[in-house]
Write a protein that binds this ligand. Structure first.
Ligand SMILES: [Zn+2]
Ligand SMILES: [Zn+2]
Length: 401
């Protein structure tokens, strides 16, 4: 069913290779849908994706990939390779779920479309040489698995990379925001809230003042920035002045420079609240900063063409349509990358909702995973078979730094 069975001596042209890629995806249909549903039914949180990564590795091993499990000292990461030498094109697989929502971000579709693309792409490697990788990248949601993998050199040898994220639009280029995560704590002094309030220092009030200061700040920052947070400890009882209050915040901006500026201004909101309340502030920025996606138009153009040949209508690039943040942003700063979106639900439904989780196991979801697999694999075939195209993609990457 895969490329290895095709006669490598035949004088393929690119269209024939692409036809074989499509056939391979079609032949994998039942297995890919089953795998997607199995991952969907067994949601595992970030860094705990033992079953999903195991199943994906088994699948790739079965189809002749050399699989390294526990890649880069991350137990649920993997790297599967087919072929050798250069160039190296990597499909990335995400497979973590969300607390309380299961696969509300549809990562089961990302995982299965990438393994499907890898297996289907064997025909291109057999014909043109080079290497295809499927890299299992755990913990996209909040823990930045790809940031860790990047820090550990996982992308050093990769020439171009891609994954397709399910969403509500078909588009090859998604914007993402840079994002920093902040943990804050206020330390005050407990006291009887009614009989001795004057002896207390109210840590919760400090947090509320910080929220209000951030709300004021929000009026005077650039469009598309986001600041949002939750209180994780707001006190123990209403009759005790809260001596401790803790919260977790995210600060997002479309570019790194403005993100740094915004982080300083957000921190001032907490510092001001500490001064006003008398509570002591402790804070820690996470070392996981999500970088914005660096768009690669040349690569996106090839992917768009392949998607359209498969019957999808792609929306043009709209840099003002924002999404959240993704650790793919950090990868895209290191190597040419695309992070397209494929629709599995109407625009009235958003990611991170129970409705989206249902869509990730629906007929539309299955259809999207097969089309994404074929389009990625066809795009990789062009990169492997047309050195000039890869050179153009790399040139744009260098120019956009
Ligand atoms: Zn998500
Ligand atoms: Zn996601």
């Amino acid at each position: 069913m895969s490329g290895s069975k095709l006669d490598s001596k035949a004088d393929f042209n690119m269209e024939q290779v692409k036809a074989a890629v499509k056939q391979s995806v079609e032949a994998q249909r039942r297995e890919l849908e089953e795998l997607s549903l199995k991952i969907h039914k067994n949601p595992e949180l970030a860094m705990e994706e033992v079953k999903a990564s195991g199943w994906l590795c088994d699948y790739l091993e079965h189809y002749g990939f050399k699989v390294e499990r526990g890649f880069c000292q991350l137990p649920t990461a993997f790297r599967a390779s087919y072929g050798k030498g250069k160039p190296v094109i990597a499909f990335l697989a995400e497979y973590d779920a969300l607390p309380g929502l299961g696969h509300g971000c549809g990562h089961n579709i990302i995982a299965t479309s990438s393994v499907g693309a890898g297996v289907a792409g064997k025909v291109a490697v057999d014909r043109f040489g080079g290497c295809l990788q499927v890299m299992g990248t755990p913990a996209e949601e909040g823990m930045g698995g790809k940031i860790l993998l990047a820090q550990r050199g996982a992308f050093k040898n990769v020439d171009a990379t891609m994954l397709v994220h399910p969403g509500t639009r078909d588009t090859a280029l998604m914007q993402s925001l840079g994002c920093s995560i902040l943990d804050v704590e206020f330390w005050g002094k407990s006291a009887h809230a009614a009989s001795r309030p004057e002896q207390g220092i109210n840590a919760l009030e400090a947090m509320i003042m910080a929220f209000n200061a951030i709300n004021s700040l929000r009026q005077h920052i650039k469009d598309r920035c986001r600041i949002h947070g939750i209180i994780t400890d707001g006190g123990q009882a209403a009759n005790i002045v809260p001596a401790h209050c803790a919260g977790n915040f995210m600060v997002r901006a479309p570019d790194d420079v403005y993100l740094e500026d915004l982080k300083a201004r957000v921190l001032d909101c907490f510092k001001g609240a500490a001064l006003a309340s008398g509570a002591r502030l402790e804070y820690r920025w996470s070392d996981m900063t999500y970088a914005p996606i660096r768009a690669n138009l040349a690569l996106a153009e090839v992917f768009t063409r392949n998607m359209e040949s498969l019957g999808r209508r792609m929306e043009p690039y709209d840099p003002l349509k924002s999404m959240g943040s993704t650790d793919m942003g950090n990868v895209s700063q290191l190597v040419p990358a695309i992070h397209p979106s494929i629709a599995i639900a109407p625009t009235s439904i958003c990611n991170h909702s129970p409705e989206f989780a249902a869509a990730a196991a629906s007929e539309e979801g299955h259809q999207a995973l097969l089309i994404a697999a074929a389009a990625m694999s066809m795009t990789a075939a062009e990169l492997l078979g047309q050195p000039g195209l890869l050179a153009k993609v790399k040139e744009e990457f260098l120019q956009s730094s």
